[in-house]
Write a protein that binds this ligand. Structure first.
Ligand SMILES: N[C@@H](CCC(=O)N[C@@H](CS)C(=O)NCC(=O)O)C(=O)O
Length: 242
């Protein structure tokens, strides 16, 4: 089977990308200038849609059995999970390279995950009120309340705002080090003048925050000049967002 590559991304009322993990794949596709179509999926449709085409669930212990990003490649195969997708993209579309062998790639993925865990609880009410539409909206409220054992407002009160930023602090420091220390040259990227997957992952997180909370995004950009310089240098790969 051949055809256009399809990115299954989480639906929003604006029909534009917002969620942190699908942004990792989208930005990699944009970076490699690969032609693709987006299929927007509502949260409760992820599992039935992916099961129906035979995708095995994520490994035990994953946040969800079925998740976005998922990609259907032109040969008809499906791959779920941003890291697996990045590896396959690099195999099929070698240039420009994502430089996945750089140890910074793994570190950046971990840092982006930690930042998401620290700063997302504070913005969940805005995700519900400003981004999601039905049926995801009701599904998300119910699912997250069950997972966290409290309402999203209580969660934001407890773990968002200053506590969230405090939790993020050591990780922000590491991102700053990654962008400033031990580089070969003075470019804006983790490897200096050469962009790589590490940069794209960090910017996927920046882009998500920019789209869900202007205040948090501005605070993030004030943390260190290297953050804004990186985001600016990667902006060209965030433009296609639908
Ligand atoms: N490690 C996975 C994480 C994917 C993930 O958790 N994606 C979220 C959206 S940001 C999702 O699909 N969640 C589904 C759910 O909450 O049921 C990856 O990088 O692809």
């Amino acid at each position: 089977m051949s055809g256009t590559l399809i990115l299954y991304d989480l639906a929003s009322r604006h029909n534009t990308a917002w969620a942190p993990n699908p942004w990792k794949t989208r930005i990699a596709l944009n970076f490699k200038r690969i032609e693709y179509k987006t299929e927007w999926v509502e949260y409760p449709d992820l599992a039935p849609k992916f099961k129906a085409v035979g995708i095995p669930p994520n490994d035990p212990g994953a946040f969800a059995d079925y998740s976005s990003p998922t990609v259907r490649f032109p040969d008809g195969t499906y791959v779920m999970d941003s890291v697996r997708i990045a590896k396959k993209l690099e195999e099929i579309f070698a240039e420009p390279s994502l430089h996945l062998n750089s140890s910074a790639s793994v570190e950046a993925d971990e840092l982006a995950h930690l930042l998401t865990m620290a700063l997302l609880p504070g913005v969940m009410p805005s995700v519900v009120n400003d981004i999601l539409q039905e049926p995801s909206k009701s599904w998300f409220v119910e699912d997250r309340e069950k997972r966290f054992g409290m309402t999203l407002e209580q969660l934001a009160q407890m773990a968002g705002g200053e506590p969230g930023w405090q939790k993020a602090e050591p990780t922000l420091q590491k991102v700053k080090e990654l962008l400033n220390d031990g580089k070969k040259d003075d470019g804006p990227f983790v490897l200096g003048k050469t962009p790589s997957y590490s940069d794209l992952i960090i910017v996927a997180f920046f882009e998500c925050i920019r789209r869900v909370s202007k205040d948090d995004y501005e605070r993030l950009m004030r943390y260190d000049n290297s953050f804004g310089a990186l985001h600016e240098a990667c902006k060209q790969w965030t433009e296609k967002d639908d």
